[in-house]
Design a protein around this ligand. Structure first.
Ligand code: GBH
Length: 463
């Protein structure tokens, strides 16, 4: 069997994307507003005008959702905690919301009832709005590191007896780049200095909270902690030195920005060259803190790009991203989102690259596919998601080869996503779920891919 006995498989979700809606109104639940509430209330920001307070009503339906996870045969489930649900204003001196704390207690207990291991993401983008207003959120390193660490500590104390798998952050690149450079995620800034300040704060917040866990909680709670980064394979357009360099620059600007400081002890050279003094420098104390702050490499990965020199996007290392090779062939097949084409061979190259460069066990924490046209066909057709099955089959076969033939130490696979959900600035339009969500009744219906995954892991995890 290619996958180890303790291999974790399951589905991933995030608080802002699934919790809201239903009878348990957000107001009644005591959650404070996050930067995504404000962003949703800003006209024109969300493609279909939908709002984080009405998504999948998971708050009301968590018991049914966990029962469904069990039925699909997972051994683990990745979800995130909404910071403003448990500390409505977010700060270290602000009151906690016991009702919110209780919700995650209940969810964890329900998962454990079925022997499903919880994996908690502490931050999947829903910053308390109050902290954005008070001091600029991630732009204020000193304040945010203290508040984030206080919040993380509360979670370790409250849930660490039962949760043994922790992620400090989901995709810091998106927070810094989409949130503060492209302006397409909350808080919607478009600056060419802020993203690298924000990135630095995120790194230090990650390391401070992780070190706290490792010193004060791990000895008794015996869990593991790390960070998860987004990244995709970059294939140079041809073997010209400029394009080979462009592909590496893109990898540095997307993945190395966070991974190099954590695992190798410095920012990538190419970022220093590109940004000059817009890239902050680490103090010796910060470097020491970052060292050994992530016990594994958490990877979210979706697609592959064909890369050429000559772009302008600094968050992509000024590389030009495409899907067409120099022979005029378009790689993979389309999804419903323009940044995402399904390219099975790319995932094997990508995790082999991560394994060789960073030498850490790899946890895939997200991988998934929004089937084209799925949002405009009725449910009884949407649930027969052949192209999504083809996506998972292709990617998982390549991951299996990476384990068996390239010696990659792969420890988990979480499909994105459990349910069709709120896809950030694209609203409820793209359907990423392996389970269909009816947004009127909140009824869930597993698609063929959900059953396919259960069968695949049954056959590929060592008994
Ligand atoms: C993940 O983000 C998120 O963790 C998850 O919440 C989300 O629902 C899921 O994937 C599906 O999108 O936008 O042209 O600059 C992945 C986010 C979006 C990051 C695309 C990189 C790259 C191209 N990725 N983005 S572009």
């Amino acid at each position: 069997m290619p996958f180890r006995k303790d291999f974790l498989w399951g589905f991933a979700t995030a608080s802002a994307q699934i919790e809201g809606g239903g009878a348990e109104s957000e107001a009644a639940s005591g959650r404070g507003p996050s930067i995504w509430d404000k962003y949703c209330e800003t006209p024109g920001k969300i493609e279909d005008g939908s709002h984080v307070n009405k998504t999948c009503a998971h708050l009301d339906n968590y018991k049914e959702d966990v029962a469904l996870l069990a039925k699909l045969g997972v051994n683990s489930y990745r979800f995130s905690i909404s910071w403003p649900r448990i500390i409505p204003k977010g700060g270290r001196n602000d009151p906690v919301n016991e009702k919110g704390l209780q919700f995650y207690d209940n969810l964890i207990d329900e998962l454990l009832k079925y022997n499903i291991k919880p994996m908690i993401t502490l931050y999947h983008w829903d910053l308390p709005q109050e902290l954005q207003d008070r001091y600029g959120g991630w732009l204020n390193q000193e304040e945010i590191v203290k508040d984030y660490t206080h919040y993380a500590k509360l979670c370790f104390e409250r849930y660490g007896d039962r949760c043994k798998l922790w992620l400090t952050f989901n995709e810091p690149w998106c927070v810094a780049a989409h949130g503060h450079y492209h302006g397409k995620f909350a808080p919607g800034h478009t600056s060419d200095t802020e993203p690298w300040i924000v990135g630095h704060s995120l790194l230090i917040a990650h390391a401070t909270a992780a070190k706290l866990y490792l010193s004060d909680f791990k000895p008794t709670q015996k869990g593991i902690i790390g960070i998860t980064l987004n990244g995709d394979w970059t294939e140079p357009y041809d073997d010209s030195p400029e394009n080979v360099k462009a592909a590496q620059n893109k990898m540095d600007a997307a993945v190395g920005w966070f991974a190099d400081p954590i695992y190798l002890g410095h920012y990538p050279e190419s970022m220093k060259e590109m940004l000059g003094d817009r890239l902050p420098e680490f103090t010796p104390a910060e470097l020491e803190l970052l060292k050994d702050s992530s016990e594994f490499f958490g990877a979210n990965t979706y697609t592959t790009n064909i890369v050429q020199a000559g772009g302008t996007d600094e968050a992509a290392g000024k590389a030009k991203l495409g899907f067409v090779t120099k022979d005029g062939e378009t790689i993979g097949w389309e999804s419903s989102m323009d940044w995402h084409r399904a390219v099975p061979w790319g995932v094997r190259k990508y995790i082999t690259y991560l394994w060789n460069r960073y030498q850490k066990p790899i946890y895939i924490t997200e991988n998934g596919y929004p089937t084209p046209g799925e949002s405009s066909i009725p449910k009884d057709q949407a649930i027969h998601d052949d192209l999504r099955v083809k996506f998972y089959d292709g990617y998982l076969t390549n991951l299996r080869d990476a384990v068996e033939q390239d010696g990659v130490d792969l420890r988990s696979y979480f499909a994105w996503s459990f349910l069709d959900n709120f896809e950030w600035n694209s609203g409820l339009i793209p359907r990423f779920g392996c389970v269909y969500t009816d947004y009127e009744t909140f009824e869930r219906t597993p698609k063929d891919s959900a059953y396919w995954l259960g069968k695949f892991f049954k056959e590929n995890i060592t008994a």
